[in-house]
Each structure stands twice: as C-alpha cells, then as structure tokens.
Ligand binder design. Structure first.
Ligand SMILES: *Cc1c(COP(=O)(O)O)cnc(C)c1O
Length: 441
C-alpha cells in the first residue's frame, strides 16, 4: 500500500500530527473507517448545531429541506449546454432545475443575466476576471487592510490567471474607497477592472463614483458580494448592479444561507455571453444539479423572508456592537457609522495579540470569530482585527436580548474575565433556546 508522503512545505509539527492520524485510519477496516467518518460528522454537528455561538462571518445554516436536496442522485448527472440543447440525453426533467434557478436568481437579485454553474465564490471571481481581462492585464482591488479577498490578489485567482494586481486606495477613517486617490491611481495605472468590496463591509461602498472613474479609463467594475449577497437580496445595504457595476460575484452559503456555491450576475449581454461560454464549454462539466436544486429552495426562502432576514441581521449587529462596546470590547467602526451599517462588526485585535490568535484563544469558550485586516497599525504575523457576522445567530432566531447575552459572553472570553470553561457552559445553555432555523418557509 502506498502511504501519503511527508510534505516538506507543511510545518513539521502539523505534518507529524497528520501522519499520526494517517497511521491510525490506515489501520482501520473499511467498515470501521466509515463508522469513524459517521461519528466525526455527528460530533461536528453536535458542536455546531447545539454547542457553539457561531459569529464567524463566512458561514451559515442551510434550510434542512435544501440540504436534503444536496444528496439527490441528479448531482452526478452532468448537464452540458443550454436546456433544450443538451449534449447528454436523459436530461428532460433535470434541465428544468436550471430554468427554475435562473428565473429565481434574476428575480431576487433584480438582474437580467446570471451564471449559476459556478462551484464557489472564488471561482465566480475567476469567471469575472476571465470575462473582463486577459492574462497580463492590470486590475485594482481592496488591500488586506480593507479585507480584500485573496482571490483578488497575487496568490489567488487573479494572480493565478496572470493578472497584475494594484491596490484600491482606502480612506482609513471611512472604511471604504478613497475616491480622489482612486481617480488619480486609476488614470495612472489604467486597470481593466476595479474590484469593489471585500470580506468585511461595514458601510456601503461608493459604487456610482467608482463607476464614473472606471468610465473615464474604459475599465469594468466588479462588486464582490460574497458576504453581502443576503443583504443585497433582501433589498438592504446597497444594490451594486443598480448603482452601476458591470458584474456582481458572490458565495451562496454566507449571508444568503444557501448551499455552498457561487453566482455571477450582470445586466450586460456581452459579459453574460462570455460567462455562459466560460461555464460551458470552458470550466464545467458536472456543475452539480443537486446543489442547484438546493439553491432553488434557499432562494424561495429569500424571496419570502429575505427582507426581514436582512433587517434582523443588521439590527442584531447594531445591538451586539453597542453591547460589546459597553462591555469594554474595542469595537471599531467607520466615522459616523458606529457600530456598523451591515451584519458585520470589527474589533481592534491589537490588545489580544492579533485576530487569529484571539479567535483561537476563545475557541474553548465555544464562540467562533475570525481574524481580519483593518485600517489600523499592523500586528506582525497576524491580522490586526477580529471580524464578527450576525447571519447565523439571526437565522437561529436570536434577537436584541440574546445579543446582550452574547456580548457579555464574548467579552468574558476575550477580556479573560472568567474561565473559558465557565463561559462555554453558559454558551451551551444559551444555545438550548436556539436550535431551529428562522426565515425559512
Ligand atoms: C468568502 C469570500 C470569497 C470566496 O467564496 P467561496 O465561495 O468560499 O469560494 C470571495 N470573496 C470574498 C470577498 C469572500 O469573503
């Protein structure tokens, strides 16, 4: 039997721990390994469905009826080409799912064209880059201090596709684009594409003004709504297409609350045609119709409850941010927009040794958050911010009272006011009252 080799580029200590488990799993029979797998999934679900308060912004719960569709057999049936003109035969029923998805996406996001044959938000960004740029072209994207996503940069999809990435100048006090400096830099650099938004968005971005700047130099504008898709669908925050972007990309499993996946939206028929050809014949064979069916169920929830859900996410973030500040947690926010205008919150991580350090430190309290870049002085080797999102706690039906309790527990853990085991016990007790999904049909 061949064993996985040690990978010299992975830290020694990690590889040692992995190698130990590889050995343990290799010693199991197939039945024992499958039982171990089932047990692992059950323990994960026990943790997430009953025992943690998940404030990690890039995740959500999925309507169980949508989740059940993920397992349907249609998922292993590739479906190449347009409905009515499929390469494979036998798709007479399956292709209807595509038509339903397309209609619902365009209705909910108020757009003319959508591409849903996209496995993830990261690949949605690659599609957008391919539709607007050639390798070697320049683009501009949010830097790390404005939570620019890795896929917009050298190590991610943009760099792997051969794009030369420059930073969109940021107004540190406003937590968004510095328009005067963007105009200056865009005229100098003449990028083909300007990417707006990142993984933390506390205020709407000045999309109309960015479009006007792009217009001067013939550049496209793309809005990465990976995190904001649920708010946009709900008609809150901002509507980037209506404000003039050429493309919107997103993940479907964050604030939208659907299965994992990506979407690209546009009102431009030329871009839509390019995206259609990128999806097929370009980059997909089986794009997973089971996932598409699950997305339809999730979108039906959004069609009915999207506005109320978006409003509740934002109200909860405001309540949580204010309560955290009262508890002495250093919440940071754009000038005049304290604590936030979205479902995201930001905390200065410098007093806690950095954002990832702090997230790991409080993990034993069963409260999940993450590190993020903020326009503050850096923390060497770590993020200088902590990011919070209220999309999941809101979906569990938590409201203002629960946010007060969550703020106290998070402050207890972060400020080391109480032992983490004691906080964890209270977190688990809090979760007893919040086990079912809200904003589902
Ligand atoms: C999460 C995220 C993505 C990637 O989405 P996946 O669906 O996880 O690939 C892209 N852009 C931004 C801004 C994100 O935060």
């Amino acid at each position: 039997m061949t064993r996985a080799k040690r990978r010299p580029w992975v830290p020694e200590a990690l590889e040692a721990g992995i190698a130990e488990r590889v050995g343990r799993y290799a010693a199991l029979s197939a039945d024992a390994l499958e039982a171990e797998l089932a047990g692992t999934l059950a323990r994960h679900e026990q943790l997430h469905d009953r025992e943690v308060v998940n404030l990690y912004a890039g995740t959500n719960l999925v309507n169980p009826r949508a989740a059940a569709f993920l397992a349907r057999s249609v998922g292993s049936r590739p479906s190449l080409g347009w409905p009515g003109d499929k390469y494979e035969t036998g798709l007479v029923h399956a292709q209807e799912i595509e038509i339903m998805a397309q209609a619902l996406i365009c209705e909910i996001f108020r757009c003319a064209f959508c591409e849903f044959r996209v496995a993830s938000g990261s690949l949605a960004n690659l599609y957008a880059f391919m539709a607007t740029c050639r390798p070697g072209d320049r683009i501009m994207a949010f830097p790390e201090k404005a939570a620019g996503h890795v896929t917009h940069h050298a190590q991610g999809a943009a760099g792997l596709y051969g794009l030369e990435v420059h930073e969109v100048p940021i107004d540190d006090a406003a937590f968004t684009v510095d328009l005067d400096r963007l105009r200056h830099e865009a005229r100098r650099l003449r990028p083909k594409l300007i990417v707006v938004a990142g993984s933390l968005n506390l205020v709407p971005h000045p999309v109309r003004a960015v479009r006007a700047i792009a217009e001067e130099i013939g550049a496209f504008v793309m809005y990465d709504a990976a995190h904001m898709s649920g708010l946009i669908a709900g008609g809150l925050f901002q509507d980037p297409l209506a404000e003039g972007v050429h493309l919107v990309t997103m993940s479907t499993y964050k604030s939208l609350g659907g299965p994992p996946g990506g979407l690209v939206l546009t009102n431009d028929p030329e871009l839509a045609e390019r995206l259609d050809r990128i999806a097929y014949p370009g980059l997909t064979a089986n794009f997973d119709l089971a996932r598409t069916a699950a997305l339809v169920v999730a979108l039906l929830d959004i069609a009915e409850h999207g506005a109320a859900y978006a409003r509740a996410m934002i109200e909860n973030a405001r309540a949580l941010g204010n309560a955290l500040a009262r508890e002495g947690v250093p919440v940071v926010a754009p000038e005049g927009a304290f604590p936030t205008r979205s479902h995201h919150l930001a905390i200065d991580a410098r007093p806690f040794g950095g954002g990832t350090t702090a997230s790991r430190a409080i993990e034993p309290a069963n409260i999940l958050v993450s590190g993020i870049g903020l326009p503050l002085p850096p923390v060497p080797g770590d993020f200088n911010g902590i990011r919070i999102g209220t999309q999941e706690v809101t979906r569990l039906g938590m409201g203002a009272d629960a946010m007060e309790r969550v703020a106290r527990l998070l402050a207890d853990a972060l400020l080391a006011r109480r032992p983490l085991e004691a906080v964890r016990a209270d977190v688990i007790a809090l979760r007893r009252a919040f086990r079912t999904l809200h904003f589902v049909r």
